[in-house]
Design a binder for this molecule. Structure first.
Ligand code: NAD
Length: 392
């Protein structure tokens, strides 16, 4: 069987779905690997590096799609408007793996299903121990959490570490991280490494210990609750009254900190608004908000996705696609997640998509001409596939 890697076509996307090391790993599994020429160059690998590991370089994306049984991408259908140009290149029975935004891009999922393609959405990898090595969202959130702190450090009007100098003592920067999931924990660790004093808040009390083990203080608002966590390890959505209370209780922390990094996310939902304009107005002039939820509407109501703005003397950064700004390591992590997934799916050199397997069942969106994923069907208002038996 052949695995194909076409060039990424999303604007400014620099990551790549296979790196030379994973080409070697995929070949060990028994696959041939085809790569469109120049695919890895923006991430730091030229064609020769791939060829050395046995990849076959081909000139056009048409050729990749025509030959590949399995197509690996970073931003696939749903996560890249330009991918629609590839619809006519798809072949029935082909498998495509990548980020797809399946819960918000249902119409595209339907179009892909109509081509008879198996579509596997990397966003839907279950957050379980067994699937940890394939968890691409966590990998990308790790990169984003790290970069968020670098952006904040560059924009804020202070240095991060405490310094004792001949010119006197410089107090350390104070950083407040809202949402201590993967991105938040990485942001905490990075801010601590730069010498900042860090505090963090999350609705899931389970993360308190992790926050403290990184040398940060866990802010207790009295709102956090065991019920905030789903069986899948993600947060649940709350009602507006809850968020209003949270905003009120967080106000003091916002005033005291120089940097606020927000990462609060509920899968498949718009990000909760946790910072309003009056709260921003009360912050210290020169302070910075980095809103990692910008792509999902933002945790701050003033955030503009992809832009840096100044409001009431506060810099608000709404980054999108941060992992692509550190393309080498983001690609290494993502490509390894994919190679681990393919190792899991391959038996005797062949791809097996057994829907009974919780990982396959978790991420398979399209199969046999249909959208099969229950949550994606629900988002599309389609009835459940296995209709319950009718009562006599
Ligand atoms: P995650 O699910 O691991 O973490 C999100 C955390 O937010 C969870 O711990 C959750 O409990 C917490 N949370 C939810 N509601 C909250 C609330 N009201 N108050 C406080 N905490 C709350 O997600 P992640 O993988 O760390 O990703 C975090 C965010 O970063 C997501 O919005 C994701 O889309 C975004 N992200 C952005 C980029 C980028 O380039 N901008 C890249 C990767 C991830």
């Amino acid at each position: 069987m052949k695995i194909g890697i076409p060039k990424e076509t999303f604007p400014d996307e620099r990551r790549v779905a296979a790196v030379p090391q994973t080409v070697a790993a995929l070949r060990k599994l028994g696959y041939e690997v085809l790569l469109q020429q120049g695919t890895g160059s923006l991430a730091g690998w030229d064609d020769a590096h791939y060829a050395e590991q046995g990849a076959q370089l081909v000139a056009s994306r048409q050729e990749v799609f025509a030959q590949a049984d399995v197509v690996l991408q970073v931003r696939s259908f749903g996560a890249n408007p330009n991918a629609l140009n590839d619809l006519d290149l798809l072949r029935q029975g082909q498998t495509v793996v990548g980020f797809c935004e399946p819960l918000s891009e249902g119409a595209t999922m339907k179009e892909v299903a109509a081509r008879g393609v198996n579509l596997l959405a990397m966003e839907l990898i279950p957050r379980t121990t067994r699937a940890q090595s394939m968890d691409a969202l966590s990998s990308m959130a790790t990169v984003a959490g790290y970069k968020a702190v670098l952006l904040a450090a560059e924009a804020v009007n202070k240095m991060f570490p405490m310094l004792m100098t001949a010119a006197g003592t410089i107090r350390p920067a104070r950083v407040f991280v809202v949402g201590a999931g993967v991105a938040g924990l990485r942001a905490i660790a990075t801010a601590r490494a730069l010498g900042a004093v860090v505090e963090a808040y999350d609705v899931r009390p389970a993360v308190k210990e992790e926050v403290e083990s990184l040398g940060a203080r866990f802010l207790e608002l009295g709102l956090e609750t065991q019920e905030a966590q789903t069986a899948g390890g993600y947060a649940k959505a709350f009602d507006e009254a809850f968020y209003a209370k949270q905003r009120e209780l967080m106000a003091k922390a916002l005033v005291e900190n120089h940097v606020v990094i927000t990462t609060a996310a509920v899968p498949g939902k718009k990000a909760p608004v946790l910072l309003t304009e009056p709260m921003v107005k009360d912050m210290q002039p020169g302070s910075v908000i980095v809103d990692l939820a910008a792509e999902r509407g933002g945790n701050c109501e003033l955030t503009q996705p992809g832009k840096t703005i100044q409001v009431h003397g506060v810099t608000i950064i709404g980054p999108v696609n941060l992992p692509s700004t550190i393309p080498m390591d983001a690609s290494l992590m993502y490509a390894r997640n994919l190679a681990n997934l393919l190792t899991h799916l391959t038996r005797d050199g062949k791809l097996q998509l057994d829907r009974e397997d919780d990982i396959v069942g978790g991420l398979l969106v399209c199969r046999d001409g249909e959208v099969v994923h229950p949550r994606v069907r629900e988002a599309l208002d389609l009835p459940p596939r296995e209709a319950p038996a009718e009562k006599e």
